[in-house]
Design a protein around this ligand. Structure first.
Ligand code: NAD
Length: 252
């Protein structure tokens, strides 16, 4: 690959890359030429196979991002292997479902800690490095339609993803002039573990499908193009956007 979407010689760190959207993003970035540092709690064997097929390097880093404790260790491991991280993808996330009147403080904290707090402090850790050496970089936060809409039965998730969109804009404002692009992708409804409960509920599943203009749920392979764009030189003058990849859901 060559041209503005070429990521040859770049290293991308993707959190939660063992499955779902994180895996789809890691594979797309590898296909565009990037080496991949894949961070998560479990084995990354399938993602490793899919990424290295494209001839790039792959490193699995074990870390539980429900707290900020592992962040400096993750950065040290990635830098020991690749020297520098050029692209950070904050993808790891969880969802907990209950009516707002019943939602527990424990679920609130778990969702906010993983989806928002760890994403911010991971970005701070890598952003400091990107700014310090003056070579810039790309940060891509995986937001949600719940960055724009309210949803039901997922109060902490909606708060975390709305917060992530806000932090994306704040960091873009602080770092755009210094060569670090911070943007987000808002995936629509994708077939992953995250949406298993919804897809198993025939009524919710049919209601969701009926308002997706593309007429189908997203596949993890559908997310990669937007990620490659936001990771590449093609988006050098794109700052603070939340790009929907949703089959037209928000256009409805
Ligand atoms: P998923 O549940 O399959 O993947 C979540 C990933 O995050 C997994 O790799 C998981 O191991 C990782 N993760 C969770 N907690 C972690 C922790 N404490 N430490 C390290 N890793 C952790 O679901 P997915 O749909 O692939 O979700 C990926 C991202 O996309 C999430 O941020 C999710 O909120 C977002 N998203 C998904 C959809 C969808 O329709 N599937 C829609 C909008 C946004």
């Amino acid at each position: 690959m060559s041209g503005p979407l070429d990521l040859s010689g770049k290293t991308a760190l993707v959190t939660g890359a063992n499955t779902g959207l994180g895996q789809g993003i890691a594979v797309a970035l590898a296909k565009a030429g990037a080496n991949i540092a894949a961070v998560g709690r479990s084995a990354m064997d399938e993602t490793a196979t899919l990424c290295t097929e494209h001839g790039t390097r792959f490193l699995a880093i074990r870390a539980d991002l429900s707290s900020t404790a592992p962040i400096e260790g993750v950065a040290a491991e990635a830098e020991a292997a690749f020297g520098r991280v050029d692209i950070l993808v904050n993808n790891a996330g969880i969802i907990r479902r209950a009516d707002a009147v019943d939602f527990s403080e424990a679920d609130w904290d778990a969702v906010m800690d993983t989806n928002l707090k760890s994403a911010f402090f991971l970005t701070q850790a890598f952003g400091r490095r990107m700014l310090a050496d003056g070579r810039g970089g790309k940060v891509i936060n995986i937001a949600s339609l719940l960055s724009f809409q309210g949803g039901i039965r997922i109060p902490a998730y909606t708060a975390s993803k709305s917060g992530l969109a806000g932090i994306t804009r704040l960091l873009a404002c602080e770092w755009a002039a210094r060569g670090v692009n911070v943007n987000a992708i808002a995936p629509g409804y994708f077939v992953t573990n995250n949406t298993q409960a919804l897809r198993e509920d025939p009524e919710r599943s049919a209601a969701i499908l009926s308002r997706i203009p593309a007429g189908r749920w997203g596949d993890p392979a559908d997310i990669g193009g937007g990620a490659v764009f936001l990771a590449s030189a093609a988006s050098d003058y794109v700052n603070g956007v939340v790009l929907p990849v949703d089959g037209g859901w928000l256009a409805r």
